[in-house]
Ligand binder design. Structure first.
Ligand code: C2E
Ligand code: CA
Ligand code: CA
Ligand code: CA
Length: 273
């Protein structure tokens, strides 16, 4: 029994070892990727459901690694653990501000900020200096945060958000309906819009429960006079349903996938919308 136990421990230790090695390899690769510009933004259009016009784009991070495109779910948590996430975000923002300046629509850009990112006391200052340096109007930037951001460190989150809002940056509550204490948070912070999570939008036409939830969210948002963006719209039917329920904006594969700069420029030129 004793030996088995020791064997067990050894296996565990070497597993941990492998995990640590894997992490530090990825961390080193990420640092290289950052200096070589291998992280880049994709932009997904956000559409006014009444007019069909594009109102802005959400910036979604990607990583070109060994000729494959890696999605954020795979590297954002590691970047966060290594303390690289704000550097990465500022790099992408810088690129986005320069890349989108000459687009034919005065597009607004939405960026995602994870809860942990708000712990950096200098975050708002850093964001605002990227905007100043690239000449991007703060009124055209939206910061998307999830409810959990407010639970992690409410005071710091407030401080960072207030200083961004004072300069005209817009604030969106992301993934609404998936977190906790939603209504309380809506009253605590100066949000400009609410995004309904994809899980409620997806197959909305087949679920009366989802329909009820979406209706309730729209009712609440209406009372607070906040416009709503529905994410993950894949069919015309869903878009039409949301529009008739009073949802102002939508985002999803129906309108456009996350695209790189050249794809967006072609998409805009084609007048798809
Ligand atoms: P999110 O903020 O909820 O972003 C929406 C996600 O839904 C994106 O996934 C987008 O590609 C996907 N999506 C949009 N429309 C559709 C649709 O019609 N159908 C389906 N099936 N999916 C759709 P993505 O790009 O993989 O991003 C995943 C998450 O990673 C984002 O979720 C966001 O929380 C996070 N993320 C992305 N970029 C960044 C970043 O620069 N910083 C931080 N902190 N987080 C980021
Ligand atoms: Ca988002
Ligand atoms: Ca979202
Ligand atoms: Ca989501």
């Amino acid at each position: 029994a004793k030996e088995a136990g020791r064997g067990c421990y050894c296996a565990f230790a070497s597993q941990m070892d492998a995990e640590i090695r894997r992490r530090s390899t990825i961390e080193a690769e990420m640092r290289d990727g950052l200096t070589q510009g291998l992280f880049y933004p994709r932009y997904q259009p956000i559409i006014d459901l009444r007019t069909g016009h594009v109102t802005g784009f959400e910036l979604l991070a990607r990583w070109r690694r060994e000729d494959a495109e890696i999605g954020p779910d795979q590297f954002i948590p590691i970047a966060e653990e290594c303390g690289l996430l704000n550097t990465l975000m500022l790099d992408l923002l810088d690129r986005a501000c320069s890349e989108t300046r000459d687009w034919t629509v005065p597009a607004s850009i939405a960026i995602n900020i994870s809860p942990g990112q708000l712990r950096d006391d200098w975050l708002s200052h850093k964001i605002l200096s990227v905007l100043a340096r690239t000449g991007f109007p703060p009124q055209r930037l939206t910061v998307e945060i999830t409810e959990n951001a407010l639970i992690v460190d409410a005071e710091k989150a407030h401080h960072a958000i207030e200083s961004l809002k004072n300069q005209g940056v817009q604030l969106a509550l992301d993934d609404f309906g998936t977190g906790y204490a939603s209504i309380q948070h809506l009253r605590m912070l100066p949000f400009d819009k609410i995004k309904i999570d994809r899980s409620f939008v997806d197959s909305l036409n087949e679920s009366t429960e989802k329909l009820r939830i979406v209706r309730a969210i729209l009712g609440l948002a209406g009372t607070l006079e906040l416009p709503v963006v529905a994410e993950g719209i894949e069919t015309l039917e869903t878009a039409e349903m949301l529009r008739s329920l009073g949802c102002a904006q939508g985002q999803g594969y129906l309108f456009g996938r996350p695209m790189d700069k050249e794809e967006v420029e072609r998409w805009l030129a084609d007048g798809v919308m």
